[in-house]
Every structure is written in C-alpha cells, then in structure tokens.
Design a protein around this ligand. Structure first.
Ligand code: BES
Ligand code: MN
Ligand code: ZN
Length: 499
C-alpha cells in the first residue's frame, strides 16, 4: 500500500473520508461532499446514530451524483481538540475499515485542525502515520490465505492544505514506523526461528544504517563472570549471546556519554526446571520483547539519524529444562560479584538483566539507563494491558518517560521502590534470592534489578509484560506484537537527549 499526500482537491474515485465534528457539524470537505451529493450525507446522518462523536464512523455507499465508491464520515468530537494522537487513530481506524470492506483506493480529507496551516500539515502527517502503523501484518507463514482475506487497499492519500509540509513532517515518523515494524516482526516470530544467535543475525541488519553491532558468546561471557545470565541459558542447546548495538550520532561538541537501553531477550521461557503450565506457554516466544524494542528503537534512531549517542545491550538466552539446566537452589555469581540464590528458575529475566545492566555500565559509563523487560506476570495483574510498569531511581527520568509515553500513546505508570521491598529479596544463603514472597512481585523484581545499578546512574525499568502483545486490534496497533516502547523511547531521546 502506498501512502501519499495531496492537496484538498477531492478525488472523484475510490473511497473518500472526511471528518465531522460533534453535533453532526460538517467540516469544509464533508460540507462540500454533502452539497455535491445533493444532501445525501446529512440524510444519512439523520437516519443513523452518527453524531460526529469521537470514534464514530458512518459510510454512505455509492453516493448519488458523485463517482466515489463510498464516502466515509469520521467523527472527531470537538474539532479544535483534535491532536496528533487523534489523527493517528483516525488514520488507523479508516485504513482498517477500508481494508475490511474491500476498497482499493482511499483518501482522507484532513481539514479538521483547530489551528493554522502548519498544524494541519502535522495532523495530516500523523493521520498517515496512524494508517501506516495499522497496516502492519505478520503473514510470513500464511501460505494459503485467500486473496479476499488480504488487505485490499493499494493507495491511501491524506489530503491537506499543505501537502508538502505534511510530507516533510511524515519523514521521521515513517522511520520510526520502520523500527516499530522490525520489533513487531521479531516478537511475532516463533522461537524455532528466533533464538539468541538468529536474533543477533537480525540485529546485524542495522549495520547498513550505521549501527555498530557485535555480540559476546558463552566463552567471552564466562571470562567476564556473567554467571547470572549464563545460568539461565545453560539448559538450552542454543548458545546464549550478549547483543551490543552502538549508534554514534552526537555532534562532536556535545554530550558524548551514551544513553543506554538494556533489553531482556529470553527467546523462549519455559520456566526452566520450575516449569510453566502448558496452557499459554506459547506466549513465551515473546519473552524477548524487551530486546525486540531495544533493537527496534536503535533502528528508528539510526534511520532518522538522531543526534545522540545510544547503546543497546540485550541479554539473549533460551530458558529450557534439561539435564544441564540450572536447578532451584543453585547459587550463581553475577558479573558484579554479587551472589544470587536461584529459588525459582522461572524468575530468569532479572538474572539475565543483572549481567546485561552491569556490562552496560562497566563498558559504556552511560549518562542514563532504561531497561525493558517482559518481567513479571504480576504487572499484568496490577496494570492490565493498558500501562507498562515504570520503576525509577530518578524523578526527572521518570517524569520524562511518563510524558513521552503520554505523548505517543504508550502510557506508563510508576510504581514504588524502597528499602522495605528490597529486604524481601535478602537470602540466607547468598547476597540475594531471585524471588520475593507472593506480594508485590513486580516491585521485588525491580528491586532486584536496582541492586545491579551503580549509585549515581539515573535508571528506569519498564515492565512491559502486559503491553508487548495485544489480543485485540487497536486503532494503530493490529493484534499481535505491539512494539510498545519503540515510539516512547524514540520520543524520550528526541525530546531530551538529542542535539
Ligand atoms: N516471562 C515471565 C513473565 C511474563 C508473564 C511475561 C506473562 C509475559 C506474560 C517471567 O520470566 C516470569 O516467569 N516471571 C514469574 C516470576 C515469578 C516466578 C517470581 C512470574 O511472573 O510468574
Ligand atoms: Mn520466567
Ligand atoms: Zn521470562
């Protein structure tokens, strides 16, 4: 499907969509269409429950006096409140509707902006971005899909009063979508395809964008003393890897210290010897979601040539039960020197991150760290599938993440850290144990991670277990892998760490 920008001259073929405000108030394009069709749109509205409220959609098929196959009225609520995220949802919902009804050519007349020209161009760009994000499909393995089940749209045009400016605004958004799509691909791939070494190979594709990509294998990690990460992978036939990606885009005179992203990349989590129940275990193919986001955001930053230095460090392991697997009760020594009693081999993400976090700090002395992990089922209990859990040792970083999440529609919710929680992971046999008691499971997991963050380094942890996979279609996110975090982190960097 080709997405383009054009002026507000209304095309006379294909589907044409136009916004309608609250109270059935036709905006300029819809009003013109109503006139051209001899009032067919107003009659259709009167015959329906369509009021122009947000998320409402009314379709008039083969409208009189015009050649368009259909006219789609899109409710926007108060027109002056229409922001970039609303425009994205509008574009995404329209794209999905048109693909569902078998339309081949669609155009959206975006004249709903409250403000001046520039603002309209931005909204047009975001409408196109929303459509693009929704157009994603993971259909690599559907070899027998009937053509009528496939998306029908060949072209999608966004019309505005300044198509040139809209196109320019769309440039970087399209690059971010490239990162989102890469992440969605990686989390959607099954674990027989994506395992530590094959994930490294996929990340290597970023080299052509100027990202330096390298990986440590078991021998090198053994030398570095990464007993926590290695213990998780020791039951698998697939060799564990530490993936390292470096993007150097900061201007010479600027802050050279890199920002660090650290990702949990458990390419399959059976639970190990503390094995998970069979039902739903297939979901654990996306237990590398944190690493997937780190790879995707590195791609987005490099593609749009972000003026910043960023490193991505991902611990990649497969958590399997076998004769060589780690046992409950085993004590491992992490790269930091701290010892860990592994009471539950299914609490493996924190073990992987412990060494990945330490390595990132030792090697890169980062100015700040954000780690991402599908870390706990408890975060799904607490926040459902709407917010990611946020933990931080630094209020400024926390607030920046919250604001960035709100701005891009990937919201995060902060949960507490504290000494009393930290105590819950003290062990009689070692420096710490890898599980707490039954309560506050996401918090004790975060406390565990914090023990591997050096004092003075701003750090935040995003528990994305509830938001990495969506069981339902959303306006800009088809069901499946969401890539939640890519847009958020790109925004965080763009707002605060670039230039
Ligand atoms: N990968 C899981 C967490 C998870 C659960 C991710 C559901 C996505 C959806 C993690 O490794 C895990 O198994 N955590 C355990 C920790 C427990 C043993 C302390 C959990 O949450 O049950
Ligand atoms: Mn687990
Ligand atoms: Zn896991």
């Amino acid at each position: 499907m080709k997405i383009s920008f054009a002026s507000l001259t209304l095309p006379e073929t294909g589907a044409l969509a136009a916004p309608v405000a609250k109270g059935r108030k036709l905006l300029a394009s819809a009003a013109a269409l109503d006139k051209a069709t001899g009032g067919a749109l107003k009659r259709a509205m009167a015959a329906s429950r369509f009021k122009g409220e947000k998320d409402q959609l009314l379709e008039v098929l083969a409208p009189p006096k015009v050649k368009n196959s259909r006219i789609v009225l899109l409710g926007v609520g108060e027109a002056k409140d229409l922001g970039p995220l609303d425009a994205e949802k509008l574009g995404g919902a329209l794209l999905s509707h048109l693909n569902g009804v078998g339309e081949t050519h669609g155009a959206l007349a975006l004249d709903a902006a409250g403000g001046g020209k520039g603002e309209t161009a931005g909204l047009a760009a975001h409408a196109a971005y929303g459509a693009l994000l929704r157009s994603y499909r993971f259909d690599r393995y559907r070899t027998k899909e009937k053509p009528e089940k496939k998306p029908s749209l060949k072209s999608f045009d966004v019309l505005s009063d300044d198509p040139k400016a809209a196109k320019k605004h769309y440039g970087p958004l399209e690059k971010i979508a490239g990162g989102v799509f890469l992440t969605r691909d990686l989390v959607s791939e099954p674990a027989n395809v994506i395992y530590p070494k094959s994930l490294v190979a996929r990340a290597k594709a970023l080299e052509k964008l100027g990202v330096k990509v390298s990986a440590l294998g078991v021998a090198q990690m053994t030398k570095l003393g990464m007993g926590a990460l290695l213990g998780v992978g020791q039951g698998s036939e697939r060799e564990s890897q530490l993936l390292v990606m470096e993007w150097t885009g900061a201007p010479k005179t600027r802050n050279k210290k890199p920002f660090a992203f650290v990702g949990k990349g458990v390419t399959f989590d059976t639970g190990g010897i503390s094995i998970k129940p069979a039902g739903g275990m297939e979901d654990m193919k996306w237990d590398m979601g944190g690493a997937g986001v780190v790879i995707g955001v590195m791609r987005a930053l490099a593609a749009r040539k972000a003026k910043v230095n960023v490193v991505g460090v991902c611990g990649l392991v497969e958590n399997m039960p076998s004769g060589t697997a780690q046992r409950p009760g085993d004590i491992v020594t992490s790269m930091s020197g701290q010892t860990i009693e592994v009471l539950n081999t299914d609490a493996e993400g924190r073990l992987v991150l412990a060494d990945a976090l330490w390595y990132a700090q030792e090697k890169f002395k980062p100015r700040a760290i954000v780690d991402l992990a599908t870390l706990t089922g408890a975060i799904v209990v607490a926040l459902g599938n709407e917010h990611a859990g946020l933990f931080a040792n630094d209020d400024e970083l926390s607030e920046r993440l919250s604001a960035a999440g709100k701005a891009v529609g990937e919201p995060v919710w902060r949960l507490p850290l504290g000494e009393a929680y930290d105590k819950l992971i003290d062990s009689d046999a070692a420096d710490m144990k890898n599980i707490g008691n039954r309560s506050g499971g996401s918090i004790t997991a975060a406390q565990f991670l914090q023990r591997f963050v050096k004092k003075g380094t701003p750090w935040a942890h995003l528990d994305i277990a509830g938001v990495t996979w969506s069981s339902k279609d959303q306006p800009t996110v088809p069901k499946g892998g969401t890539a939640f975090g890519v847009r958020l982190l790109d925004r965080l960097i763009a707002e605060h760490y670039e230039g």
